[in-house]
Design a protein around this ligand. Structure first.
Ligand SMILES: [Zn+2]
Length: 190
């Protein structure tokens, strides 16, 4: 399946609206409407990869900007989103969206929070593995919850657990192994 039919596009748009908490552009959050129809956008830019995890709704303007994105801002966000989709981290976004409806201005966007927290966790694991060759899973989890909360004032244990899961997935540079009956994170053996 390379080309989506009109009927498939409508179905997919409905599923993406439900998953990402609104009928709007994933990137800039501008609401979509009949007049401002969204584009079904491929996060990894592969138009043949029509897995739901690889799709988001995008407005025309963001779609164009992403194609001409020299600083890779859009593709970084897209990469992160796809990783999150594949690890089902969007549950948190849904909850956040519900929150933001009432207190929109006080809360940073879910992209900000997710990107920042993801980076906090990645930085922590990178530096620990770099310095000590490994980091204990439990320590990484608790430390990252603390770091996320103090740096972005958001970060649940479940959220950090999902990030670590993404960072130790089979395509990532880290893996979780067992040593002395403890789960530890190490550089993936290639
Ligand atoms: Zn947009």
């Amino acid at each position: 399946m390379t080309q989506l039919s009109q009927k498939q596009k409508i179905q997919i748009a409905e599923q993406l609206t439900e998953r990402d908490g609104g009928y709007r552009c994933f990137y800039c959050k501008t609401p979509c409407s009949m007049k401002r129809r969204p584009i079904i956008e491929h996060l990894n830019d592969k138009r043949s990869d029509n897995r739901l995890d690889n799709l988001v709704l995008s407005c025309q303007s963001c779609n164009i900007k992403k194609a001409a994105d020299e600083d890779c801002v859009y593709s970084d966000i897209a990469f992160l989103k796809r990783e999150q989709n594949e690890n089902q981290i969007y549950v948190r976004e849904k909850i956040l969206n519900r929150l933001t409806k009432s207190t929109k201005k006080e809360i940073p966007t879910e992209i900000d929070i997710n990107t920042n927290n993801y980076k906090v966790v990645l930085d922590f694991i990178e530096s620990r593995v770099e310095s000590f060759d490994s980091v204990e899973y439990k320590d990484a989890l608790n430390s990252c919850v603390y770091l996320c909360k103090s740096k972005t004032s958001h970060g649940s244990q479940q959220c950090v657990r999902n990030y670590i899961q993404a960072m130790t997935s089979s395509v990532s540079p880290y893996e979780i192994i067992k040593r002395d009956n403890k789960k530890i994170i190490v550089k993936r053996a290639r």
